[in-house]
Write a protein that binds this ligand. Structure first.
Ligand SMILES: [Zn+2]
Length: 298
């Protein structure tokens, strides 16, 4: 059994690395040939994931160490440099709220300057804090992204970015007009999602900020409707989300809902959290978590 040299390059030796380099690769080799990847796509196809950075130049509040996010992101960047992901996804709350638009723009500029050095292809999911002070077009303009929800194909997968920063009455968040517990995917976005999934045959990975798997204050209010659309497609493998700052995993209707740990929580780089998502040729999906981020393999 040949050992994948890329995996051996990983500094993350120990129990899991051994597993990946022997047992699990043996399993993969004995399975049916590739059904997901084109031959020219490297396996694993790698994606960087971070969430809830909440960067702000302001004092600690509770367990949120806003200023330390810069050092934590630098640490994550070193890992991503080694993994060399095809793209990186920031799952929302890149910045924390400021009192003025000008200050908020400064926070965004500061953190995005660091974030942009990690990878040339980046996807930003809108978090409630991203569009607390700023309007959506201001945040998106600041990070160079055209839309708040959209889809794209890469590595044999179909990826969908969702935007739940809408009030129940359909108004988009911005200029402190929202209550964080009132997150919704409005009918127009839901219709778009349904049509997008219908026109796609590839396995799907969804990125959202507010949660689609809980009905408490961290959940999207109409998430049962969203889940129904996702389940109807039959192609959605996993939804990655942030917002509640803790590792969590729920399986509902054949779809994994994986909540990633927040970068902002806790002092020092030991309390950091970030991950590499590895998509394997045999269809295996693995989250390689660092620091406080849990590992998963489906
Ligand atoms: Zn957050």
């Amino acid at each position: 059994m040949p050992i994948n040299p890329q995996r051996l390059d990983s500094q993350r030796l120990g129990r899991r690395a051994l597993l990946e380099n022997s047992t699990l690769l043996l399993t993969a080799a004995s399975m049916a040939p590739a059904t997901v990847f084109a031959d020219d796509v490297p396996s694993p196809f790698k994606i960087g994931l971070v969430t809830d950075l909440h960067y702000a130049d302001k004092p600690v509040a509770g367990n949120r160490y806003y200023r330390e996010t810069l050092a934590k992101l630098e640490q994550a960047a070193l890992q991503f440099e080694q993994a060399d992901p095809a793209f990186i996804v920031e799952l929302g709350d890149l910045i924390d709220a400021a009192d003025s638009v000008q200050t908020e723009q400064r926070y965004l500029k500061t953190i995005n300057r660091e974030f942009a050095t990690i990878c040339s292809e980046r996807h930003y999911v809108l978090g409630n804090h991203c569009v607390d002070t700023l309007r959506k077009e201001e945040f998106l303009g600041g990070v160079g992204q055209e839309k708040s929800y959209y889809s794209f194909n890469q590595g044999g997968f179909h990826f969908i970015v969702l935007d739940a920063c809408f009030r129940s009455d359909g108004q988009p968040y911005g200029r402190k007009n929202s209550v964080w517990t009132d997150a919704n995917i409005p009918p127009a976005e839901l219709d778009w999602l349904q049509a997008d999934l219908k026109s796609n045959q590839s396995p799907v990975i969804v990125f959202a900020h507010q949660r689609l798997d809980v009905s408490n204050s961290h959940g999207v209010k109409n998430n049962a409707d969203v889940r129904r659309v996702l389940e109807e497609s039959g192609n959605v493998r996993v939804v990655f989300q942030g917002h509640s700052h803790q590792n969590d995993l729920k399986d509902i209707g054949g779809i994994h809902y994986c909540t990633l740990v927040a970068m902002v929580e806790g002092s020092g780089t030991d309390n950091n959290g970030y991950s590499t998502l590895n998509l394997y040729r045999d269809g295996t999906i693995a989250v390689d978590g660092f620091r406080k981020q849990a590992d998963y393999r489906w």
